[in-house]
Design a protein around this ligand. Sequence first.
Ligand code: CA
Length: 203
Amino acid sequence: MKTATQTTTTPKDPCYNVFCTKGRMCVVNTDRSTTCVCPEVCPDDYKPVCSVYLREFNNTCKLHKFACRIGIMMGIEKTGKCDLKDTELAPCSVSRLLQFHDRYLAYLIAAREQEMYPDFQVETWAYEDREEIIAWEFNKRDTNGDDILDEDEIGRMIIPEEDCMMGFLKSCDYDHKPGISKKEWSTCFPPIVRALSEEDLES
Ligand SMILES: [Ca+2]
């Protein structure tokens, strides 16, 4: 799987090795230092980018503005318009994306519950427990135990009916090195449960 985040930067760009979390965008300051920001206002320039969730934005700033509102990592699949003819994947819709982390976490909690307490349901899982469940999933998926989810291991995580999964996995792999490390995994999969609706994203 190719690294999809920050495809517009080059190794000379000060932002090249800066990986902003929670949807933020790396900007270069006048002294060449960098800052991760959530853009409030974006230019109206039409320089389309296609996100890894196969949703198109008029420019990179608008992609980050949107991703910040949801608080998720969102890689760029390619600069330019999304070319859906080249892929068999369906775009991940906004409503499905809003609930993606919760949906995935609920799925993992059910699997973990089944393993640990097959006879009853746990009432609520604390933050630390959810953190542990996310780490448990990583270790289970890292079948060769090298602390990296490599291309084959990631390939086995794709669920055909989960149209946001591919984008999520691509967004997790943000550090220009192949595969998803434990650090990348815990960064892109926060153990929080959000309550956002599509209305929250308007304006
Ligand atoms: Ca591995």
